[in-house]
Ligand binder design. Structure first.
Ligand SMILES: NC(=O)c1ccc[n+]([C@@H]2O[C@H](COP(=O)([O-])OP(=O)(O)OC[C@H]3O[C@@H](n4cnc5c(N)ncnc54)[C@H](OP(=O)(O)O)[C@@H]3O)[C@@H](O)[C@H]2O)c1
Length: 260
């Protein structure tokens, strides 16, 4: 099999790339940082074939170019992982940064899902789309409003698509990866820190890949977050939003993430 992974230069995307390589999948890796992508490609070289496509996916041209360069290349797994967050009260956060967030977290994921879905429909073998959402995709997120809203979009789009595909007896599985906090460069870019250990990144990647191949819709790594997703079903939306706002408020802007 061959996987196209966005946001594969570091963090969760890189770990999913490593996990898929361990399972013998060829890779096409995309993000903006060519040197970092090359380092990942060098790491997996010898195990599987790996190409890199440096691209800014917060522009429509970037997304179209990525598709043009990768269609007809035997891709049968799409991992829509690239994304980032903007932290702070909505009245204070930078509009340009938020519009970039919407372009990357929503528009790029939406377009790539559509492009590859249409291609996958014509393939005989089973194909997989793994959309990286977050626990944030189940809640409203005071102090992280645009990010949480973007992940709600990813969650609802993918859930709707899953029902459509089920009824059309499709050969395509769609899955949602919904982690809680994971120590990556995410906090650095968003300007947040948190005290907890987070879910180990190798656990996130392993559960993501297992769940995707099993055709599971909601993949929630870690017992605590599985419980929180369950408990959320019984909580009124605005009470949950108050709790999330309190948790986000405890995050320290002068965070202690180190660039990885
Ligand atoms: N870390 C968490 O706590 C957490 C929890 C739940 C969900 N998530 C989700 O997991 C996904 C990966 O995040 P992460 O935690 O691994 O963060 P990360 O370490 O910051 O990785 C983000 C990836 O996205 C790429 N990217 C950013 N802007 C891009 C752009 N304009 N065009 C193309 N690629 C771009 C980055 O590469 P370049 O800089 O090279 O472009 C990088 O490879 C995101 O969707 C995030 O929302 C994270």
């Amino acid at each position: 099999m061959k996987a196209l992974i966005t946001g594969a230069s570091c963090g969760i995307g890189r770990e999913i790339a490593r996990e898929l390589a361990r399972r013998g999948c060829d890779l096409i890796l995309c993000s903006r940082n060519e040197a970092a992508l090359k380092a990942v490609a060098d790491e997996v070289a010898g195990t599987v074939s790996c190409e890199i496509v440096p691209m800014d996916l917060s522009t429509r041209e970037g997304v179209k170019n990525l598709y043009q360069q990768t269609k007809n290349r035997g891709v049968n797994i799409l991992v829509n992982n690239a994304g980032f967050g903007v932290f702070g009260p909505f009245v204070e956060t930078d509009l340009e940064a938020e519009l970039d967030l919407i372009d990357l977290n929503i528009s790029a994921l939406h377009a790539l899902t559509k492009y590859f879905l249409l291609d996958f429909k014509n393939q005989r073998e089973r194909c997989h789309i793994l959309n990286v959402s977050s626990m944030a995709g189940f809640f409203a997120g005071p102090l992280f409003a645009t990010y949480y809203a973007s992940k709600n979009y990813v969650t609802r789009l993918t859930e709707a698509l899953a029902v459509e595909l089920k009824h059309s007896k499709s050969n395509i599985s769609v899955s949602l990866l919904c982690p809680g906090p994971v120590h990556t460069n995410f906090g650095l870019r968003a300007g947040v820190g948190y005290g907890g250990a987070g879910t180990p990144i190798d656990v996130v990647a392993r559960e993501a890949v297992d769940g995707m191949f099993a055709g599971k819709l909601h993949i929630v790594p870690g017992r605590l977050y599985k419980f929180l997703k369950f408990a959320n079903a019984f909580l009124p939306t605005m009470i949950a939003a108050e709790i999330v706002g309190k948790l986000q408020g405890s995050k320290n802007l002068a965070h202690r993430y180190q660039k990885k």
